[in-house]
Write a protein that binds this ligand. Structure first.
Ligand code: SF4
Ligand code: SF4
Length: 476
């Protein structure tokens, strides 16, 4: 059969990338961000915060069993999850803001995939050597003792990091010291082991082997980011008008040469394995390591730095025309970024206000409508309500429940002859309450009477209320 019978394969195997070590300001910035972000991730579950007796003393804890989120001095109940929604909205707006000002800085510096891949590459380089040594090892067909030793050492270190990553994650959901012991003594819940196993596998696979494939094929962000960028966005680019024709090109043989000496340093350090001189590419995460590499080369050959640089499209037009680029602050402070900043700040202020004005007493009232009312033996009409009281204080409180509306109605609490109920510290209590209207009274005869439940904290006089209605016999 001829070649026509065999369609070309649509599958292309991954070409391994072996980024070369590079140093410079952007690399240093990435190291700082890596240390800070990983430090926060691994250390935070071990921070303690005294909330008094009966409450967890872990500074940051997502207590799923009790549906509570503790964050240092703030604790959020399940019905207050709008705070978390607000924080997510702020995170999204922050991402929009940074992307519109500086392109994919999130991808290049702080995305977990980037941070862990950086860490794995650091380990790889430490065990197997820099780019050339790793390339030689990769191309070595014979599997000798050295190759096995290096591979096993590298994979073992990767595995330890991966287990620590999965382990740190579950510590956010339970008391970390207790869970740490439980995990090693086989006493932890199955879900903890499963979570650690899944995160270990994903960290090992994504950081060790899939690496740039996750950014290129699995992550939707590169496709979305274009909507947030415009021609004023600063992003990593090659000053082709200054660098071309490069040393080895055909044109350079006849024309005056550009500044690019075609040393490939920018390509060799790129964790995505691309050549920024080919123009903007979806694969570029704007990590700026090629800037460090090229600046180093430019310094060594006595040319100005910045052949590869953070450049805006609008400046490119200016520079090509021989003009100076605009000041960086003009790219950062423009209507689009100011709008994102205002929205971000607005949501932040709203959350802070909501946090500081929230009441220490939370009340919900649910009328029991099956049946809507009961006629008692003496002819009085009784309605039933379920009142949930949340005591957000760190000590037990006594709450008095009263009803306001028609003076004829009276209240009765199930299980107690008193009009008050005790609620434990930082807990909620469901109390069944009866509201009774005497025979022939206006609420008993009317179809519907508005009433208001008042809850008073007897220790400090704080009050809260909830409106509801009383159902009488009406037109029956
Ligand atoms: S590092 Fe600079 S000089 Fe070297 S190939 Fe890249 S752009 Fe050209
Ligand atoms: S081209 Fe430069 S900025 Fe883009 S991913 Fe590669 S090294 Fe990072």
């Amino acid at each position: 059969m001829s070649d026509q019978a065999t369609p070309p394969s649509l599958y292309a195997a991954r070409e391994p990338i072996f980024p070369r070590r590079v140093s410079g300001p952007f690399r240093n910035l990435k190291w700082i961000i890596l240390i800070v972000t990983l430090g926060i991730y691994y250390v935070v579950p071990w921070l303690r915060w005294d909330r008094g007796p009966d409450l967890p003393n872990q500074a940051v804890l997502l207590d799923l069993a009790n549906r509570r989120f503790y964050f240092f001095w703030i604790d959020i109940w399940s019905h207050e999850f709008y705070f978390v929604a607000g924080l997510l909205i702020m995170a999204g707006l922050g991402l929009f803001l940074f992307t519109s000002a500086l392109g994919r800085v999130w991808c290049g510096y702080a995305c977990p995939q980037t941070v862990w891949t950086d860490l794995f590459i650091l380990v790889e380089r430490w065990v197997e050597g820099d780019r050339n040594a790793r390339l030689r090892l990769h191309r070595q067909e014979k599997t000798d003792f050295r190759k096995v030793r290096l591979r096993l050492t590298k994979w073992t270190l990767w595995l330890l990091i991966s287990v620590a990553t999965g382990g740190a994650w579950v510590f956010y959901f339970a008391d970390a010291p207790t869970l740490f012991v439980d995990l090693f003594t086989g006493q932890a819940a199955a879900v903890a082991y499963i979570t650690v196993a899944i995160l270990t596998a994903t960290t090992f696979g994504f950081g060790g082997f899939a690496r740039e494939q996750i950014c290129i094929y699995a992550c939707p962000w590169p496709r979305i980011q274009a909507a947030m960028m415009d021609e004023d966005t600063l992003t990593v680019a090659y000053r082709e008008w200054r660098g071309e024709p490069r040393k080895h090109s055909e044109e350079a043989k006849s024309e005056p040469m550009g500044d690019c000496i075609d040393c490939m340093a920018c390509v060799n350090v790129c964790p995505m394995g691309i050549d920024i001189r080919d123009g903007q590419q979806l694969e570029c995460i704007t990590c700026a390591l090629c800037i460090d590499a090229c600046d180093d080369v430019m310094e060594r050959i006595g040319k100005p730095r910045g052949l590869i640089d953070y450049i805006a499209l609008s400046d490119e037009k200016l520079e090509r025309a021989g003009n100076k680029p605009r000041a960086i602050w003009k790219h950062i402070f423009r209507p689009r970024t100011l709008l994102y900043t205002a929205l971000w700040g607005g949501v932040g202020v709203a959350l802070m206000v909501a946090l500081f004005i929230r009441a220490d007493i939370e009340v919900t009232v649910a009328p029991v409508r099956n049946p809507t009312f009961v006629t008692m033996s003496d002819g009085s009409i009784r309605n039933t309500y379920d009142i949930r009281l949340r005591n957000k204080n760190n000590d037990e409180r006594l709450f008095r429940i009263a009803v306001q509306g028609d003076p004829a109605v009276r209240i009765q609490l199930e299980g107690t002859p008193y009009a008050s109920v005790s609620v434990a510290a930082d807990a909620s209590h469901l109390q069944r309450v009866y509201v009774i209207a005497p025979p022939n009274s206006s609420p008993a005869e009317a179809e519907r009477t508005d009433i208001r439940f008042w809850i008073e904290d007897l220790s400090n006089g704080d009050r809260a209320y909830k409106d509801s209605s009383f159902t009488g016999k009406g037109q029956q």
